[in-house]
Ligand binder design. Structure first.
Ligand SMILES: O=C1O[C@H](COP(=O)(O)O)[C@@H](O)[C@H](O)[C@H]1O
Length: 240
């Protein structure tokens, strides 16, 4: 595991953009498509806005990317809470990746059907065995959640399914999420974490006892891939 601390959210976004750009370049030297899973929430917005501009908008071969999402809120894409909607507004609307390579969760279907549809899309793309994403971008919520794996939910311990839909009582909303077994088969996982509200959960996730029911981000441990935590100084404040 690699831990990189940057001064503030602006430097964090720049470091993430450099990391992603370099990773894409390296992987595309050996194959012709790059698969990335995006995250939602507020932290990735600055990263997206940076990637949407030169030099990243020009140096990244966007047409060779296959874009997925690690999780989604069960709202239509037009809703301001939509992770896919946010990514279109801040990034995908400004670069060219063919629509057929942008794999959104079908929140126009019933929740279970949307999860089944995404499972089918993933199995069609990756097959049933072997490594999955070239890069998964993850965030961590103030409560230690990542993806839509929230504290105290059964989905944290899912062993088989690649996707899940479930009703998250505390948010009064369905959530759609990839599961840990799928994400942990990725070649690289990059957490982006910023701000003072993340300091306490981050300390517990990285230095506390293993208790993924309370801090679900602990369940993310790539089987063979790289795990990188890119964080800002405020989020790092409580670390030893
Ligand atoms: O709800 C979500 O939150 C997490 C963390 O978001 P942040 O706003 O604290 O950065 C995010 O990773 C996840 O994709 C999203 O659905």
């Amino acid at each position: 595991m690699q831990l990189i601390v940057k001064k503030n959210p602006t430097e964090l976004a720049k470091a993430a953009a450099d990391f992603i750009s370099k990773r894409i370049k390296e992987v595309l030297e050996t194959k012709d498509q790059f698969t990335i899973a995006l995250s939602g929430g507020s932290t990735p917005k600055a990263l997206h806005e940076l990637l949407a501009k030169p030099p990243y908008s020009q140096q990244i071969p966007w047409a060779q990317l296959h874009i997925f999402w690690g999780d989604e809120r069960y709202v239509l894409i037009e809703d301001e809470q939509s992770n896919a909607g946010m990514a279109y507004d801040t990034l995908l609307g400004h670069v060219y990746t063919p629509e057929s390579q942008i794999h959104i969760w079908r929140t126009d279907l019933e929740p279970e059907a949307a999860a089944a549809d995404y499972d089918r899309v993933l199995h069609t793309y990756f097959g049933d065995t072997g490594p999955t994403f070239d890069l998964v971008l993850l965030g961590m919520g103030d409560d230690g959640h990542t993806l839509s794996l929230f504290p105290g939910t059964e989905v944290i311990h899912e062993q088989n399914a690649w996707t899940k839909a479930y009703f998250l009582t505390k948010q009064d909303m369905y959530r759609l999420t990839l599961t840990a077994p799928l994400v942990n088969r990725s070649s690289c996982i990059l957490f982006l974490v910023a701000g003072p509200k993340k300091a306490e959960p981050l300390k517990e996730v990285l230095e506390g006892e293993y208790n993924p029911d309370k801090y679900p981000s602990q369940i993310i441990k790539p089987e063979n891939g790289d795990l990188v935590w890119l964080i800002d100084e405020k989020a790092a404040a409580d670390l030893e």
